[in-house]
Design a protein around this ligand. Structure first.
Ligand code: RP5
Length: 181
């Protein structure tokens, strides 16, 4: 079971939130220490009411679990995978190597090297195995990108993203108005 239950720090109740729906987005991360960064992605998916699952999968510490997750994700109905990792951040790339699904990589900033190590590890993929890489610690954008991917074939998410953009624009214009008056 890849879904964090009620006991998780993210307080996602799989029954209450999923309401019998199958997860469309899989959020994985190399360690529970990535959770403070990756929880922003969970929040966005919750706000858009996108069914998702979240769990720990480590490329180095649990390589067999990683391959099982990557190989089975598509068959289970997952449409896109968000993978966060820090340091020698091999998780997004290795998962992308083992699934035809789109993979979005989130470079997590560790205690040294400011996350540039993770960014380079994730973004420097060889030709043939792409990983869509967002900015360091920006799991919010990873979730927004995942929703755009869903929106490309599901009008519900397309329209939700359209509304989000309009709301975001209105908020900035309102701030500009306040500043100018
Ligand atoms: C990576 O190593 C994880 O993604 C994490 O960002 C980093 C450190 O992991 P911990 O030592 O905190 O478990 O695999």
């Amino acid at each position: 079971n890849y879904i964090l239950g009620n006991s998780s720090k993210l307080s996602i109740s799989d029954e209450q939130f999923l309401k019998g729906r199958k997860p469309l987005v899989g959020i994985i991360m190399g360690s529970d220490s990535d959770l403070p960064v990756m929880s922003a992605a969970c929040k966005v998916l919750q706000d858009f009411d996108v069914p998702f699952e979240v769990t720990i999968v480590s490329a180095h510490r649990t390589p067999h679990r990683m391959s099982k997750y990557a190989i089975e994700a598509g068959k289970r109905g997952i449409k896109t995978i968000i993978a966060g990792a820090g340091g020698a951040a091999h998780l997004p790339g290795m998962v992308a190597a083992m699934t035809p699904l789109p993979v979005i990589g989130v470079p997590v900033k560790g205690s040294t090297l400011d996350g540039v190590d993770s960014l380079h590890s994730i973004v420097q993929m060889p030709r043939g195995v792409p990983v869509a890489t967002v900015a360091i610690n920006n799991s919010t954008n990873a979730a927004l990108l995942a929703i755009r991917m869903l929106g490309s074939f599901d009008t519900i998410y397309y329209e939700k993203m359209q509304s989000f953009l309009l709301k975001q624009e209105a908020e900035v214009l309102e701030k500009a108005d306040r500043l100018e008056t």
